[in-house]
Write a protein that binds this ligand. Structure first.
Ligand code: 5BU
Length: 473
């Protein structure tokens, strides 16, 4: 298909729209190209993919993999992949739900080169987001192909990142072809031409630069970066005791919890409680647990999962039977009520230096703590970095800075899950592959006939995984 026919067909299917449109970069444009509509014209879609393939192959070697920028370019990439038998990989746009979901789907090996396919580029920001994720997974990108280059800075921006841009048609060519075909004239043509002139190769700010590959740094260094005192304390304990194991002691009598705490205390950095499941909870329990914690140098972590408005959580934290604020070094909170929940903890935290752990992701099947919710939890933490010490999460996200501690429940050696939605991963997978800091193990340890022996196994596996993560870079 030649350029003339392509432009005609795009105009016919209403992919070329005239009016006032806000582009992703924030710039207002009198012309908008909507290539999403091509999914309704499969023959045209296939021809577009072919034109893009020819464009790249005329000046570069076609890489062994293709990847479309989500979402509009996915069908184009698929069409090219099928027509030329080039395997495809797919980038997930959403933050992943939990451990097992990959950011990049499909089979590939480190160092494979990927052709990135996009419908059109303005600033290049969307392409760079995809390249960033591909790079983070060890894939290499040298070439990017688009149907339309809007000529608003993308070529230069991509070149800065060592990327060659191939485009089937430029905005200038599109406009001149539409004009020659009598589809664009009078004041509209003037508006469009003026816009093109004013914005030609203007580099608009790119929202998402490709970050320098993030290095894993040692826990003792992380302690210095921490803005919450309990986070610093925890990192220091982990480094000193050489353990990134926390144990969830979900036993229901005082005596059981205390004797397990004393027996595994030397192996752990924190002990996680659910005090509301202890039948005979009393002040003596707290006193004894604190003595054991001091003896073995671990922190007490009450997994209360506060979720109400600030005023109510203040009472729940400080009052009632448990007086959690008096003894817990750290507590978990949900974000459903919005950032003001944190205000409920501030008075008390100012005095004790305790840390809040935000539930950014959960280990249970079908958890709703995903995507935008997770992103917002990270924002909430950054806005309250004095009170928030870290996250309960299933993976280290780029947006989570090194000042936070990342703790992961849902860990067992020999089970994939339970009958009530719990999902398990191994210590090695969580610490090495998912990049979080602390594993939280419950039944894997306290239900074992030799909990101390088992705790040592978990401790050693998680510590080895951490060391191998540090030495890999
Ligand atoms: P398990 O026995 O290892 O499955 O216990 C896991 C513990 O972590 C248990 O106390 C849960 O309440 C807690 N937990 C979890 O499993 N998953 C989550 O996402 C969160 C907490 Br948040």
């Amino acid at each position: 298909m030649d350029l003339n026919t392509l432009v005609s067909r795009l105009h016919e299917i209403n992919a070329v729209k005239l009016g006032q449109f806000k582009l992703k970069s924030g710039i207002m444009s009198p012309i908008y190209i909507d290539l999403r509509v091509t999914v309704s014209s499969p023959a045209l879609l296939a021809q577009i993919a072919e034109m893009m393939y020819q464009k790249v192959s005329s000046s570069a070697a076609i890489p062994p993999l293709v990847c479309g920028v989500p979402y509009t370019a996915l069908p184009i990439a698929t069409a090219m992949s099928i027509a030329h038998d080039i395997p495809m990989v797919m980038r997930r746009k959403e933050a992943k739900a939990y451990g097992t979901k990959q950011l990049i789907e499909g089979r590939f090996k480190e160092g494979d080169n990927v052709l990135v396919i996009e419908d059109l580029v303005t600033s290049g920001a969307s392409v760079l987001e995809t390249v960033r994720d591909l790079n983070a997974n060890g894939l290499v990108v040298t070439d990017v192909v688009v149907l339309l280059d809007r000529q608003q800075g993308a070529r230069q921006e991509l070149a800065k990142h060592g990327l060659r841009l191939h485009s089937v048609v430029t905005m200038e060519e599109l406009i001149s072809t539409l004009t020659a075909q009598g589809k664009l004239d009078g004041p509209t043509l003037e508006l469009v031409s003026a816009f093109l002139e004013a914005n030609r190769n203007v580099t608009v700010p790119v929202a998402s630069q490709i970050p320098v590959a993030r290095k894993h740094i040692a826990y003792e260094e992380r302690a210095k970066l921490a803005t919450n005192p309990t986070a610093a304390k925890l990192f220091n304990i982990m480094a000193a005791k050489k353990t990134n194991l926390a144990v969830a002691v979900d036993l229901t009598t005082k005596q059981e919890v205390l004797s397990l705490a004393d027996s595994i205390g030397s192996e752990i950095c924190a002990l996680k409680t659910h005090v509301d499941i202890i039948d005979d909870f009393d002040q003596d329990f707290v006193n004894q647990l604190q003595l054991i914690a001091t003896k073995h140098n671990f922190l007490i972590f009450e997994d209360r999962k506060f979720a109400d408005i600030g005023n109510t959580v203040k009472y729940q934290f400080e009052s009632g039977v448990y007086h959690i604020s008096k003894w817990a070094n750290m507590v978990t909170i949900h974000g459903v009520a919005g950032p003001a929940i944190i205000d409920g903890f501030k008075d008390s935290i100012k005095q004790t230096g305790a840390g809040l752990l935000l539930l950014a992701q959960m280990s249970s099947k079908g958890s709703l703590c995903v995507g935008e919710y997770t992103n917002q939890m990270v924002e909430m933490a950054k806005q309250n970095a004095d009170a928030v010490m870290g996250f309960i999460c299933q993976e280290r996200l780029e947006s989570m800075t090194d000042s936070f501690v990342l703790m992961t429940p849902g860990v067992q050696f020999n089970s994939k899950g339970d009958s009530m939605g719990q999902q398990y991963n191994t210590p090695d997978y969580i610490i090495k592959e998912k990049g979080t800091d602390v594993i939280i193990v419950g039944r894997g340890i306290y239900q074992n006939s030799q909990p101390k022996v088992e705790a040592i196994k978990y401790k050693e596996a998680a510590w080895e995984a951490y060391q191998s993560r540090l030495s890999k870079q």
